[in-house]
Design a protein around this ligand. Sequence first.
Ligand SMILES: Nc1nc2c(ncn2[C@@H]2O[C@H](COP(=O)(O)OP(=O)(O)O)[C@@H](O)[C@H]2O)c(=O)[nH]1
Ligand SMILES: [Mg+2]
Length: 302
Amino acid sequence: MFDLHQSLKGFSGWEDTPAPEDEAAPSPFIDEPWRKIKGWGESTRKELKSEIQDLKPERFDVPTFNVILTGQIAAGKSSFYNSINSIFSNRVLPTKATSGEMGQSFTKQFKMYPFTHNANIRIGDTMGLDVNSSEVDIRNIFKILDGHVPNLHEFQSDEEFLPDNPDYILHPSLAERAHCVALVINANKLPIMQHCQVRKLKNLAVGIINRGIPIIVVLTHLDEFHPEVSEDIRKTYRSGLLKDLVVKLRPMLHGLPENLIFPVINYHKEVELDVGMDVLLLYALRSMIYAAECYLENLTAS
Ligand SMILES: Nc1nc2c(ncn2[C@@H]2O[C@H](COP(=O)(O)OP(=O)(O)O)[C@@H](O)[C@H]2O)c(=O)[nH]1
Ligand SMILES: [Mg+2]
């Protein structure tokens, strides 16, 4: 049987994280939370929502904060977008961004969604990477981040989007570029990720870091990764398993600080909103806009 605890020790695809054989399995819960948040109740949800709704890029020469979702295929990018829309609509919405199995055929399309609950935010849903992705796919993601790709563009498989394409945006303005990248990663798949996939994610991260664009990691499928957490979501930051996962993820993302990594459970089977799920999702979204704000601030200052 697959043993997650055992697998976390070795991290099959993670060349730089060997672990001694006799190390005890990490405790599922620790006494002190490894992250402190304002709370898990209605007042926190309300506060985060109103804060996000008020954020504007008014000090900068751009109409919107542009957040681009990328990462693994089927990690939950479209579901994340749907989940945050559900929270702001006060009910679990039917799928808007293409999600699930059906979404596979559309994963090569780039789509920029307006966020109707705050018109100052746009969220781009992109194809992600999997074992079959090539270097060209990674370069095409960089083209999106750099603003060369128009909304609704369909990438042809294995074809690099180049300036000779009539749709190519040659000189994108800051308003067309990414101001933050959300790397969406399935927490449950991470410990069993293959070398080649880890390498691709690392390459993606290097390219984003080299561009100076901030990265926020969204760790999805927390419910599957640590099922006891989904029974009581307020235990999220007391999960030793999750803490261990975050510690092991950081080197892969070139030492990305822990406070830029956000575990979530996307709406996938629920029919009612859950305040704890919303708090996790809203923290992730708020951090993306904060990061975008910081990025624009730095560009304006320099
Ligand atoms: N259990 C669970 N399933 C999820 C979660 N997020 C997404 N899913 C499911 O994972 C599958 C892929 O999600 P999708 O949003 O289409 O992934 P994308 O390819 O990254 O856009 C769908 O069946 C979702 O319902 C999550 O946090 N927990
Ligand atoms: Mg999708």
